[in-house]
Design a protein around this ligand. Sequence first.
Ligand SMILES: Nc1nc2c(ncn2[C@@H]2O[C@H](COP(=O)(O)OP(=O)(O)OP(=O)(O)O)[C@@H](O)[C@H]2O)c(=O)[nH]1
Ligand SMILES: [Mg+2]
Length: 455
Amino acid sequence: MKFLYSDEPIIACSTCNHANAALAVLRISGFKHLDTLLPFFSHSGPIEPRRVYYTKLRSGDEVLDDICLTYFEGPKSYNGENILELSIHGNTLNTERILKFFIDKANCRLAAPGEFTYRGLKNKKLTLSQVEGLDLFLNANSGYALDQGLSLLSGNLQEIYTELYDLFLKHKSALELSIDFGDDVGEETAKGYFNSSLIDFKKKFTTLHRRVITMEHNLLQPEIVLAGLPNSGKSSLFNHLLREERAIVSALAGTTRDYLSESLVIEGVKYKLIDTAGIREATDLIEAEGIKRTKNKMQHSFFSILLINPLEMRHEFSDLAKLHFDAVYFTHKDVNGFAEAHKKVIKDFPQFGPMGAIDLLNSQSELEVDLFTFINKKYLTLTKDKPILLDRHKILISEVNTHLDRYVKLTTYETDVAVLSHELNILATCLSELLGIVSPDQILNSIFSNFCIGK
Ligand SMILES: Nc1nc2c(ncn2[C@@H]2O[C@H](COP(=O)(O)OP(=O)(O)OP(=O)(O)O)[C@@H](O)[C@H]2O)c(=O)[nH]1
Ligand SMILES: [Mg+2]
C-alpha cells in the first residue's frame, strides 16, 4: 500500500461524488496547525473544536462556496489527527473544484481509499476488528451484515476474542506452572489447574467456533443462480424478476453464452441474480467456456434454481439432475402437451416431485411470493446462529480449531511438555492474529483495498 508510511495532509470527499446532491462532505486530515488553513475562510476569531461554523470558502477575494466547517482536534478525533470537516454544496463540479483548490493551495494530497481509517489504526484509535467492522458496515448487503459490521465496530467481537485470549493465557501459564513449579504447588494441584483452564478455554472457543459455518457460498454476496438446459426459460425468468429486458431471450438454443448478473433485493437483502448459459454438449470453445462458468456459479451459489422445459429434454439433463438445487420449476406451462411432458419428467426424475410450474404470462406474483419466501427462509436459517461473515476471522477460527483439537489429543497421552508448549505457541500465533495484535502488511492490504475513498 503506497500510503502506509506517509503522514502528509490528505483530503477527500467522504460522501458519494458521482451525482449532484444537496451537500457533500470533504475531510482534510493530518495538518499540523489549523492556522495554516484559516486564511481560506471568511470566519474571523478563534475556532473551537467540535463546533459548527457557517462561513465562506475564499480564494483571495473570490468566494468559492458557502459552507459549514467543523474542526476536530487530534488526538480527540476519528483517527487521532487534526481533522477539518467541510459541508459544501454537493454539485460534483463544485466538489471537484474545491478538492483541487486545497490540493493546489494547501499542500493537501488526495487520500487513497481507507486512508483516514488507516491512520486511525496506526494511531490506535481503532483496532483491526473495528476497521473490518467498518468495512463490513459500509459494504453491507443486508440488515444482518449491517448489524455484524456495527457489532465489530463497537468492539463486541473483539471483547469475545480478548476473553478467549485471556483464558488461553491462563492455560498457558498452567502449563508453565506444571513445568517449573510442579514441585512447589504439588503435582495434583498443578494438573487440576491445567485441566480446568483447558476446559474453560475450550468451552469458550466452542461457542465461537459454532458461529463459523463452512460454506461454498458467500453470505456477504449471496448469489441466486438460474440454471438449466438451453431454452428452458432462464433468461425469461431473469428479465421477469428484474422487471427489465436485461438478457436476450430467443427461441434459439444457446442464446446466453456467458453468465449475466444483476442486483436483486429480496426482504432487505441484496442478492446477485445470475442468468447462465444453458448446459449441453458445447458446439464451440466459447460456449464450452460459458458452460464451465455456469457450473462454477452453480457450485458457489447461495440459492440455485433449476428450470425445466419438459417439452425440450436432452440427454445432458440426466447429469444436471444429479446436482443439488434449492428449487426446481417447470416452464412452458402454457404450451400444448405440457401436462403429459411434465408427467413424464416427474416419472423419469422423481427427485423433482411436483414442484411449481412457472407461467410467466399468468401467475407472475404467485411465482415471486413462492420463490422469494424460499430464498428468504434460507437466508434467515443460515443467519439464525449469528455466523461470522468475515473470511479472515473464519479462516483463523478454523485454524485455531484444528490446532486445539490436536493439542487436546496430545494432552490425553503422556506427551512431552516441550511438544505441548510448541503446539500452544502455534495457537498463540493464530489467536494474536485474530485479535489483531499482529497484522502483517498483506492483511492490511487486503482489508484496505476494499475501502471507499473518503473513509
Ligand atoms: N410459451 C412459453 N415460452 C417461453 C416460456 N419461457 C420461455 N419461453 C420462450 O422460450 C424461448 C427460450 O427462452 P430463454 O429465456 O431465452 O431461454 P434460456 O434458458 O435463457 O435459453 P439459453 O440462453 O439458450 O440457454 C424464448 O423464445 C422464450 O420466449 C414459457 O413459460 N412459455
Ligand atoms: Mg438465456
